[in-house]
Design a protein around this ligand. Structure first.
Ligand SMILES: Nc1ncnc2c1ncn2[C@@H]1O[C@H](COP(=O)(O)OP(=O)(O)OP(=O)(O)O)[C@@H](O)[C@H]1O
Length: 270
């Protein structure tokens, strides 16, 4: 620095963002290479800020076409969130009739059903918008009120309560569902069993009930409840004074003994 040609103000490039190690050596202001590199850095910084801004802008605006539902300010929507799956949001602005602006960063936006707010609906087909978050929200609302069963047309969805709800399966309940029109009473596994029993009796043909779900969802318990109902409505006293209901249900432990296993999700998996 003692050299006369090097005299003048100096700038340490540490102050500039995005600089790397090589820039730490002092450069003289006014030096053409130094000015070029400084301008380059500033341009780069400005560009980065613009790109990041633009990305944020795009992320904050979602890709829902107005034809999918009435896109208006104040509309209730579901916003996809990578941690929480779906979060409730509200449209705060609408641009070009194509984009809804919501106050969260999101990947996807779906309309939210205003009818599902209070206690949910007992049949998913009653939802105005039949989408994933709407279905999950409806099931959760009903589950919170101990309503573990919900219809989707003639399909019954059961959410495992993992606790005994005795009043849901007693004889009084079975009597209530005997011979009723499907959908007349609250959704129940007995209603499904009753519909297939009546179809078998009136058509004289075998019926199938498909019970499906992941491990621990409650398929075995549900099947037992169906058997319980069928034997209740169709069972006759046997010659040794044991009803068909008793005999069928007593055979369950024997059947479970074959192929029964404990899994991470279920102590009684098969
Ligand atoms: N309707 C219900 N009421 C109360 N508890 C239930 C009900 N359905 C299931 N459960 C509970 O959930 C547990 C798991 O249910 P279940 O054994 O029927 O599942 P699964 O679907 O048959 O599982 P896997 O496919 O592993 O055999 C039961 O042991 C029981 O504690």
């Amino acid at each position: 620095m003692g050299n006369a040609s090097d005299a003048g103000p100096w700038l340490l490039l540490d102050d500039l963002p995005f600089q790397s190690g090589y820039a730490k050596r002092p450069r003289k202001i006014g030096d053409s290479a130094s000015v070029r590199s400084k301008v380059g850095f500033l341009r780069f910084n400005l560009l980065s800020v613009l790109v990041i801004n633009q990305l944020c802008w795009l992320k904050r605006r979602t890709y829902l076409r107005s034809s999918e539902y009435e896109l208006r300010r104040g509309a209730k929507v579901w916003a996809e969130d990578k941690d929480l799956a779906w979060v409730e949001a509200e449209v705060v602005d609408v641009r070009d009739k194509l984009f809804a602006v919501v106050p969260v960063l999101l990947e996807k936006l779906l309309p939210r059903d205003p009818d599902a707010e209070h206690g949910g609906v007992d049949d998913m087909t009653k939802l105005t918008y039949l989408n994933e978050p709407g279905v999950l929200y409806n099931l959760a609302k009903r589950y919170a009120l101990n309503e573990i069963y919900t219809y989707t047309g003639s399909i019954l969805i059961a959410v495992n309560p993992f606790t005994k709800i005795p009043h849901l399966y007693n004889v009084h309940m079975m009597e209530q569902y005997k011979g009723i029109r499907f959908g007349e009473l609250s959704p129940h596994v007995f209603a499904v069993a009753d519909a297939s029993y009546r179809a078998m009796m009136s058509e004289g043909r075998s019926q199938s009930i498909l019970v499906s779900g992941e491990s621990g969802a409650g398929k075995t318990e549900t099947t037992k409840l169906i058997m319980q109902y069928l034997t209740h409505v169709g069972g006759r006293a046997a010659f040794d004074n044991r009803t068909v209901e008793q005999q069928v249900l007593e055979s369950n432990p024997l059947l479970e003994a074959f192929g029964n296993a404990r899994t991470v999700r279920n102590d009684n998996s098969r």
